[in-house]
Design a protein around this ligand. Structure first.
Ligand SMILES: C[S@@+](CC[C@H](N)C(=O)[O-])C[C@H]1O[C@@H](n2cnc3c(N)ncnc32)[C@H](O)[C@@H]1O
Length: 241
């Protein structure tokens, strides 16, 4: 299918040879992260035999191997959007390696370009379905903190199954966090916030901790929009026991 004009434009910007090198993970991803129809069906059905990420043959795995060699903590931004949080957080935490996952190709390309223009070398952008990345390619116990900021609220009841804060996704987060690792969430949607507290409160693998306080440069694009509209931001954090 032909790509939209704005996607093609974003991808062209990303190829500008005058930009500093990219940590964007579009090359060398394993078939799990670039699934064809048959692979997608297997992943969605979740039927054994489950696919296996080919270790060093996958750019995400290599990202984690390099971080381990450097002794750097890895953090995740899940559903990174236009990337403002990831850039602010990476700039404020140069010792951290941040992997920002986002399904929208143009958003990834644009924030990758902005991060490179800023000279950031500790954030990598992954254009992929987060469920596949978290389940198959992020090594177990490898992540110090995961941020889920302003996830899609899916306000209609019939869409509630698409919300991030449900047990299957929390199982994925539990698998990838190291013991003591943290999950940080924020939303402007009071009903969804109540659901977050309920889901996490019922899960004794986690305990609540003081909410992560984001600095001004870590406020996300969606958050800025919501604050301009006078909405309240709710935030909570939990630690893997
Ligand atoms: C409401 S936006 C918030 C973006 C950003 N965190 C912020 O606060 O500005 C939610 C983002 O999550 C992304 N997203 C939703 N489901 C996803 C999935 N399954 N895999 C990867 N990205 C996803 C959407 O494309 C969107 O950019």
């Amino acid at each position: 299918m032909p790509r939209d004009h704005h996607v093609r434009r974003a991808l062209a910007l990303q190829r500008d040879p005058s930009l500093p090198p990219s940590l964007e993970l579009s090359e060398g991803l394993c078939p799990i992260l670039r699934p064809d129809g048959a692979m997608k069906e297997r992943l969605e059905r979740h039927e054994p035999p489950l696919p296996v990420c080919p270790g060093g043959g996958c750019a995400v795995r290599r990202f984690f191997e390099r971080a381990a060699e450097e002794g750097a903590a890895v953090e995740l931004d899940i559903g990174a959007g236009y990337g403002r949080f990831s850039r602010g957080h990476a700039a404020a935490n140069p010792g951290v390696r941040l992997l920002a996952i986002e399904q929208e190709e143009a958003r990834v390309a644009r924030t990758d370009v902005t991060a490179r223009r800023m000279g950031l070398r500790n954030v990598a952008y992954l254009n992929a379905e987060m469920r596949y990345a978290l389940e198959y390619c992020v090594p177990a116990g490898s992540v110090s903190a995961a941020f889920v900021l302003f996830p899609d609220p899916w306000p209609k009841d019939r869409h509630a199954r698409l919300r991030f804060f449900r047990r299957p996704n929390i199982d994925l987060v539990h698998r990838l966090l190291r013991p003591g690792g943290a999950l940080h969430a924020a939303t402007d949607n009071a009903a969804y916030f109540a659901q977050m507290l309920e889901v996490m409160g019922a899960d004794d693998r986690f305990e609540p901790i003081a909410p992560y306080v984001r600095g001004p440069d870590e406020r996300t694009d969606f958050e800025r929009k919501f604050l301009d509209q006078g909405r309240t931001v709710h935030a909570a954090s939990w630690r893997r026991r």
